[in-house]
Design a protein around this ligand. Structure first.
Ligand code: 5AD
Ligand code: SF4
Length: 441
């Protein structure tokens, strides 16, 4: 028997890339590859890349440089670039980095085995098409191995919103929803393999409108179908656009027990002037009223958001409006970024804010967010939460899991194992996690 070849995948960026990397590993499994955790013994290295901000994209080139010595030591080693940088800059990568053998865009990775064949024959392979054949169709069966208690499941890809700063509509293409039957099939299979929590993924997940048995389904309808799966205990979804928070989805937050009380709902800015320039099609006020409606049906929901500071023409007053909005919402989590110019997007051509102002605003915003996050987390002390345990902690007999609100919770109890879903009383709040004790049944 021949030794299986080894594949090392390094994943950057969002959760969808994590999911895609798993699927790429499965596709390559069919071509005789097993995954390895280190590039040292790999026969193929794949970088699954992110193009959302300049820094993320630049990392790819420095990482590729680092792999030169691996290739010198092992001339047979094949190096591939996948994901959104591959999509956006495929030709340029091939030109700038001769050690790259293969470039595959996020819509073409089901063709990896054929591409691997090609590079083994000493050719270069590039595929950044948006093919008509569905990559999920070809990759229908996921490997049957047992897996951890949580999983991602992509239900929707691409985006038609065209926010003025964002490359996603160009790298991931137009909004496409997977058929509900396929998603449910995949979810059942995940549950059979030990998964108890599924996070539905999409760049614009709440715009989901996949084909169901009786016409297109909304995300809420899909969630209610998932709710029927025995053994599946928790459902989450990310990332949402405020304009696609349909009534049935809001309602599900109040009525679907498996839908977790956590919502990532990016607003980007609190200034209407900037929101308009960003092409967001909502206002700060409409966003706040939306959260009010969600909190009316689910008062304990923990809110999360994304913010961009220093968008072209953002003034100090615009920035203050963002700070005011944050004060009003009280976020449990938030991700904040300095505006990064992305070639080909409309905002790239506009008057830019200087770098020092951006850094200063980011620092102030992050200080506010850090304080809020801590307040939301501290308020959990004394409360009963449910924790889905995932892995051992650092201490002896300690297990770590996530509460319904997505806080990490540590418990010392040697009877716990991964996959247990247990009621816990929160006793302490530390900088990045909570400590709890098991409540008697
Ligand atoms: N510059 C900075 N942040 C960006 N994001 C998207 N594009 C840019 C950009 N050009 C942020 C947004 C989005 C998150 C995924 O990344 O906040 O919600
Ligand atoms: Fe990008 Fe999200 Fe806007 Fe779509 S909705 S363009 S993915 S920021």
């Amino acid at each position: 028997m021949t030794e299986p070849k080894k594949l090392y995948i390094k994943t950057y960026g969002c959760q969808m890339n994590v999911y895609d990397s798993e699927r790429m590993a499965e596709a390559m499994g069919g071509a005789g590859y097993v995954e390895t955790g280190s590039p040292d013994d790999a026969d193929m290295i794949l970088l699954n890349t992110c193009h959302i901000r300049e820094k993320a994209a630049e990392k790819v080139y420095s990482e590729l440089g680092r792999f030169r010595e691996f290739k010198e030591a092992k001339p047979d080693l094949k190096i591939g670039v996948a994901g959104c940088v591959a999509q956006a800059e495929g030709q340029e990568i091939m030109r700038r980095q001769p050690l790259v053998d293969l470039v595959v865009g996020p819509q073409s990775y089901h063709r990896l085995p054929q591409m691997e064949q090609q590079v083994r024959e000493g050719k270069k392979a590039l595929d950044t098409d948006f093919p008509l054949d569905d990559k999920f169709d070809t990759l229908r069966t996921r490997a049957k191995a047992k897996r951890g208690p949580t999983a991602f499941l992509t239900v929707q890809e691409g985006c038609d919103k065209f926010c003025a700063f964002c490359v996603v509509p160009y790298t991931r293409g137009a909004e496409v929803s997977r058929p509900a039957t396929r998603i449910l099939e995949e979810a059942r299979e995940l549950v059979d393999r030990g998964v108890r929590e599924i996070t539905l993924l999409g760049q614009n997940v709440n715009a989901y409108h996949g084909a169901g048995p009786e016409g297109d389904m909304t995300l809420a309808q899909l969630i209610w179908e998932l709710d029927k799966i025995d053994g599946l205990s928790r459902i989450r979804f990310t990332t949402s656009h405020p304009n696609d928070m349909a009534d049935d989805l809001i309602e599900a937050h109040g009525t679907c027990a498996k839908l977790m009380p956590y919502l990532h709902l990016p607003v980007q800015s609190g200034s209407d002037r900037i929101l308009k320039r960003m092409n967001r099609s909502h206002t700060a006020e409409s966003y706040l009223r939306l959260i009010e409606r969600i909190r009316a049906v689910r008062p304990d929901i923990v809110m999360s958001g994304d913010f961009i500071v220093g968008f072209p023409e953002e003034t100090e007053a615009d920035f203050q409006a963002t700070m005011d909005l944050i004060e009003e919402v009280k976020y449990g989590y938030a991700y904040s970024f300095k505006y990064s110019t992305r070639p080909g997007t409309p905002a790239a051509e506009r008057p830019q804010v200087d770098e020092d102002a951006k850094s200063d605003r980011l620092q102030r915003l992050q200080a506010l967010i850090t304080r809020q996050q801590r307040e939301v987390q501290d308020a959990m002390v004394g409360r009963k939460v449910s924790v889905l345990f995932e892995k051992p902690g650092r201490l002896d007999g300690q297990m770590v899991g996530k509460s319904e609100y997505l806080h990490a919770v540590h418990v010392v109890d040697s009877s716990l194992k991964a996959g247990d879903l247990v009621a816990v009383e929160v006793v302490e709040s530390a900088s990045n996690s909570l400590a709890g004790r098991i409540l008697p049944d």
